[in-house]
Design a protein around this ligand. Structure first.
Ligand SMILES: Nc1ncnc2c1ncn2[C@@H]1O[C@H](COP(=O)(O)OP(=O)(O)OP(=O)(O)O)[C@@H](O)[C@H]1O
Length: 255
């Protein structure tokens, strides 16, 4: 069963006194087991700050995060994380990079050979396992980074704008890969994006965040059928959700 993430009265202020920056919160939010929740908000509203607190990589100023009831106080090693800038190291092959995530967790990569190959195949990277990152396109590198995030079979995935630097066509392709992986394994996913369409396409719930200090403006359940392919994206219901969210950001003056 994938993890449930509970966020209670969570807030973050960087620095103190006159230099203090109230970055985020206070926010209450429950991310259900197996949900795909997108955090959608303007630049600087605290999305990355929230992700780091969920991952246990940044202390909260107030409040708490609980994963399956356990309070997050140290870096979480059983989750998968992927950021905008991928974490591939240049001196290892694609397979070696994926294996590195296992080694860092004290797992034996030799036991995971079949799994690594299956993952690479699922994101259309079969045949590229022995290549080095510089031999891959930007999109292929991000797909390899997906495999890194997934190889230890985490039941929670944190994605912080993983597709942000990719061109539109590659982005669409990887969205499809990500959606297929989520539908198959149903991990709990928290996904940061600036793209309203991306959030509506991928999410079971879109969490709309206000400008800094980020608070939750609205939770919007996306009741569209899966998989959300190009046909679904052309549907009136899809457009309706996109318009609703655009309206919220227009009211805040960020669109
Ligand atoms: N280590 C830090 N020290 C001081 N201020 C910080 C620090 N990290 C973030 N901030 C501030 O906190 C606010 C929220 O930053 P954060 O990176 O979480 O926003 P974001 O919503 O992820 O932005 P973007 O969409 O542009 O990536 C910003 O005003 C930022 O300047």
């Amino acid at each position: 069963m994938a993890a449930t993430i509970e966020i209670r009265a969570l807030a973050k202020t960087f620095g103190s006194g006159a230099q203090a920056v109230h970055a985020f919160g206070p926010v209450d939010l429950t991310i259900p087991s197996g949900g795909f929740v997108s955090l959608l908000g303007p630049s600087g509203c605290g999305k990355s700050t929230l992700m780091l607190m969920i991952a246990g990589l940044l202390d909260a100023s107030e409040g708490e995060v609980r994963v399956d009831g356990r309070r997050v106080e140290t870096p979480q090693t059983d989750i998968g994380i992927m950021f905008q800038d991928n974490t591939l190291v240049p001196w290892r092959t694609v397979e070696g990079n994926v294996a590195l995530q296992l080694e860092l967790r004290g797992l034996d990569p030799a036991a995971y050979g079949a799994r690594i190959r299956e993952l690479l195949r699922s994101v259309r990277l079969e045949g590229f396992g022995a290549r080095y990152p510089h031999e891959l396109s930007g999109g292929m590198q991000q797909r390899a980074a997906f495999c890194q995030a997934l190889v230890h079979d985490p039941d929670t995935l944190l994605f912080d704008e993983p597709l942000g630097k990719l061109d539109a066509m590659t982005r669409e392709g990887i969205r499809g890969d990500l959606q297929a992986l989520w539908m198959k394994r149903r991990p709990t996913v928290v996904f940061v994006t600036h793209s309203i369409e991306e959030a509506v396409q991928l999410s079971s719930t879109v969490c709309v965040i206000t400008p800094r200090p980020g608070r939750i403006e609205r939770m919007i359940d996306i009741d569209l059928p899966w998989p959300r392919d190009l046909e679904v994206k052309a549907s009136p219901d899809f457009t309706r959700h996109v318009h609703t969210i655009q309206g919220i950001f227009r009211d805040y003056g960020v669109l």
